[in-house]
Design a protein around this ligand. Structure first.
Ligand code: KIV
Length: 274
């Protein structure tokens, strides 16, 4: 028998059980190499519909399709061993009815091997979340700033300021009571994030919602400095890989133009000399 032990992948109940304990580390991934890179460090890896903006150059997440999510989900699946993989349900794939949501979520789970889906919306999505959870589809909810509603919200604005706080709180309570195993809280003031985190029984995963949450999520390309088209204020850049890549491409370009590349060791490097 092999001495190597298989790594046990985290499950939605494992994530739910982290409520009030060590903060959950979550990042997005859209490809196999990035999934491999983040797996050992993350509890949750989200195949976010942000893929549309980050990798496909779309102006918002509204143009993302179920087929795009499935293709990127399959790529990420091949790179993960330990982290829980969650796939975003794209705009238009779940809002019409609980039945539509179930059909599309079941397809995403069957074709990608993900263990859970994420969908945006609070009170208005509670019946759908209840329907899915009762049929074996673990749901991560997403309230506060919900990017798929960017047109209705009038932009990517902070949500839940002043009198609006109660609306976001009701959304968070509704999705928790409906059976979501965790909820993303995006762009809400710290006092509200704290209030919600204290009130609901499932982990809150913040993005621009303060350290009061039970965990944090970022778009991996934002924190690595690989995506420059749009940088939310709450993002901390942990690396400047975009700048490093640009310098590398510039050096290659100069080498080619000045006939310094390929040098003999690049051409014959791996081959036995004859
Ligand atoms: O699409 C996404 O990447 C997201 C998160 C960053 C929460 O929804």
């Amino acid at each position: 028998m092999s001495a190597a032990r298989a790594i046990r992948a985290l499950t939605p109940p494992d994530i739910a059980a982290r409520k009030g304990r060590t903060p959950l580390v979550c990042l997005t991934a859209y490809t196999t190499p990035i999934a491999q890179l983040v797996d050992a460090h993350c509890d949750v890896v989200l195949v976010g519909d942000s893929v549309g903006m980050v990798l496909h150059g779309l102006p918002s997440t509204l143009g993302v399709t179920l087929e795009m999510m499935i293709l990127h989900g399959q790529a990420v699946r091949r790179g993960l061993e330990r982290a829980l993989m969650v796939v975003d349900m794209p705009f238009g794939s779940y809002e019409e009815s609980p039945g539509q949501a179930f059909d599309n979520a079941a397809r995403v789970m069957a074709q990608t091997g993900c263990a859970a889906v994420k969908l945006e919306g609070g009170e208005s999505m509670a019946a759908t979340i209840r329907f899915l959870a009762a049929r074996g589809v673990p749901v991560m909810a997403h309230v506060g700033l919900t990017p798929q509603a960017v047109n209705a919200l009038g932009g990517y604005r902070v949500q839940g300021r002043g009198d609006d706080a109660d609306r976001i709180q009701r959304d968070a309570v509704a999705v928790a009571e409906a059976g979501a195993f965790a909820v993303v809280l995006e762009k809400t003031p710290e006092a509200l994030a704290l209030r919600i985190t204290q009130e609901i029984a499932i982990p809150t995963i913040g993005i621009g919602a303060s350290p009061a949450c039970d965990g944090q999520i970022l778009v991996v390309d934002d924190m690595l400095g690989l995506f420059g088209a749009f940088l939310p204020k709450f993002v901390k850049r942990y690396a400047e890989l975009g700048e490093a890549a640009s310098a590398a491409v510039s050096a290659y370009s100069q080498d080619v133009r000045e006939r310094r590349f390929p040098a003999a060791e690049h051409v014959f490097g791996d081959e036995p000399k004859t």
